[in-house]
Design a binder for this molecule. Structure first.
Ligand SMILES: [Ca+2]
Ligand SMILES: [Ca+2]
Ligand SMILES: [Ca+2]
Ligand SMILES: [Ca+2]
Length: 437
């Protein structure tokens, strides 16, 4: 006990006190505006990159050689966020206003600028349904990241194994096997590998082509569409946070403190030999500076938002951070409906919708029954919320409906009921409701 009052003890205690004070301030400052000037990791994801951790530039390009992923060369970016914003909070408590990734082009005039999405049919040369690309160049796209081979956002590093690579004489050197890959949400809301979404040329590949919607497309002010892009140009990727699945991806990333994203493009590699695997060489594809590059700026991240805490200083049932985020003050109350969409503020807060946007509310979009009386229900979804559909014959007793949930369009979920009884049990009247959790 005496030692607690010794000079040594006091000197030791003071920094502890200061640390706690700083930590408290950081938690109270719920608004965050991150400006991160370099990533925690960035890595060229290409099967024959033998220096993944130290390379000073990364290229993205397509291979139309049947032995490789079509979206062949990808660029992985990662930010560890725990020192920048409080982590381990529920994902739904992170509300994002804006998310931007910026990369710098590190080689002069190697590709044509295309700021719009190109549909998959524009890549299907010599196949039925082929439509020529009408705007010169291929967009550079940002997507989420997913992992296989036992890796996660936490464990996959700059130096981790690329993934299984077959012998160079193999007809399938590296298709769909990389341990970290650009991923988009499919209609089931699941992240899927988009390396071969435009259609793999390998005859063993039986997956159907699908459109992979970019989470952002790289935009620059240094070139007009169709022009060659000069080096030192900055490409800005402004993430589509209006998509609840993408917004939820960022919320989860903030919660675990690990944001991982991929940049990729389908500019043809146009390498030196027919088939594209021989001598290599620079083609008509973009190159970006990594954080190891001394000449050009590294990839940057900008994230603006708020972490909602429980503080409710006007005791109206709406958290201060939520009120401030949407309205800039604490004047609103639970019972008012400032955007006039029929959902009061209490409901908008509980269901995760925007109280300042009449187009955003928790609502049924369409309800029908199929010929067997099974429910087909479409409803609007919010980021990081889960839903269940219940059925009742009398509006009194509700039971969970068996069925499947899909996301046929942005922000809309569709529930298809699947009755388990065979033949279907008789049901003179059916009601269903959607419950948000
Ligand atoms: Ca194009
Ligand atoms: Ca309040
Ligand atoms: Ca409202
Ligand atoms: Ca609303």
């Amino acid at each position: 006990m005496k030692s607690a009052f010794s000079p040594t003890g006091r000197l030791f205690r003071r920094p502890v006190f200061l640390f706690l004070l700083l930590a408290a301030c950081r938690l109270l400052a719920a608004e965050f505006g991150l400006r991160v000037n370099q990533p925690s990791l960035d890595r060229w994801m290409y099967p024959f990159d033998f220096e993944p951790g130290t390379r000073t530039y990364a290229a993205t390009f397509a291979s139309f050689d049947s032995r490789f992923d079509t979206r062949d060369a990808q660029f992985l970016l990662g930010w560890n966020l725990e020192a920048l914003v409080p982590t381990n909070q529920p994902p739904r408590n992170y509300l994002l206003r804006r998310a931007r990734v910026a990369v710098t082009i590190s080689k002069n005039e190697t590709f044509f600028y295309d700021p719009t999405y190109d549909r998959i049919v524009t890549y299907m040369t010599n196949q039925p349904g082929y439509v020529p690309d009408t705007d010169l160049g291929r967009p550079i796209e940002l997507h989420g990241a997913a992992f296989r081979g036992g890796f996660t956002a936490e464990t996959f590093k700059e130096s981790s194994d690329y993934g299984p690579i077959n012998a160079f004489t193999s007809p399938n050197i590296s298709i769909g096997t990389r341990n970290a890959y650009a991923a988009d949400f499919d209609t089931n809301g699941v992240l899927v590998d988009i390396a071969n979404h435009v259609g793999q040329r390998n005859t063993d590949w039986t997956n159907a082509p699908f459109e992979a919607h970019p989470w952002a497309i790289g935009i620059t002010t240094n070139a007009l569409p169709g022009q060659l892009v000069p080096d030192d140009s900055v490409l800005n990727f402004d993430v589509d946070l209006a998509d609840p699945l993408i917004h939820a991806y960022f919320q989860s990333a903030l919660s675990i403190g690990r944001l991982r994203l991929f940049i990729s493009s389908l500019s043809p590699a146009q390498q030196a030999t027919v088939g594209g695997t021989g001598n290599g060489g620079f083609g008509s594809y973009p190159l970006y500076a990594t954080k190891e590059n001394a000449l050009y700026d590294p990839p940057r991240l900008e994230l603006d938002g708020v972490l909602v805490s429980d503080t409710d200083s006007d005791a109206d049932g709406l958290p201060d951070d939520w009120e401030n985020f949407y309205f800039g003050d604490l004047a609103e109350t639970t019972a008012t409906d400032p955007d006039g969409d029929g959902a009061d503020n209490a409901r908008e807060w509980e269901t995760g919708t925007n109280p300042d946007d009449a187009a955003s509310s928790f609502r049924l979009v369409n309800t029908t029954f199929d010929a067997e009386g099974q429910a087909l229900v479409r409803f609007a979804v919010a980021p990081s919320r889960s839903y269940r559909v219940e059925v009742s014959a009398d509006l009194q007793n509700w039971a969970p409906a068996n069925g499947s949930l899909s996301y046929p369009e942005t922000g809309i979920a569709e529930f298809r009921e699947q009755r388990l009884s065979v033949p279907p049990a008789p049901h003179p009247a059916s009601y269903c409701r959607v419950v948000v959790e």
